[in-house]
Design a protein around this ligand. Sequence first.
Ligand code: FES
Ligand code: FES
Length: 154
Amino acid sequence: MRVTVTVNDQVRVADGVRATESLLTMLRERLGLMGTKNACEQGECGSCTVYLDGEVVCSCLVAAGQVEGRRVRTVEGLATGGAPDRVQRAFVEAGAVQCGFCTPGLVVATHDLLARNADPSDAEIREALAGNLCRCTGYEKILDAVHLAAEGRT
Ligand code: FES
Ligand code: FES
């Protein structure tokens, strides 16, 4: 099938999409957006987090055919004019990126959190990011990154 979707403010067309194909696969393999990661494909890790019509979703759990005519924003779409946004800068500056596999999903989830809560507590951050698993950092640097982004010190 053919899917027409607005991704990062650009209308994109994906041809040959299979009925069982996920939004994650379509983004990576048909639209060339490799920032969104595939770690579990079961909705367990959050590495595939994107915005769909302004709500964060696990793109591995969304059928590509369901996004016809809708709006998707990926981690690539958070940058402005090629410059990383404050959350992306904060993750780098706080040392919250090790292997980096979890990072795009965490960046999108953090972006969403800060849009709803400009100054979240540690508990609020842990709750908001509970669906995003990181095997490397122990999460402390991630908390630091969220606070750094919230404070606008990047
Ligand atoms: S790849 Fe989608 S939640 Fe893990
Ligand atoms: S930095 Fe490796 S999984 Fe998070």
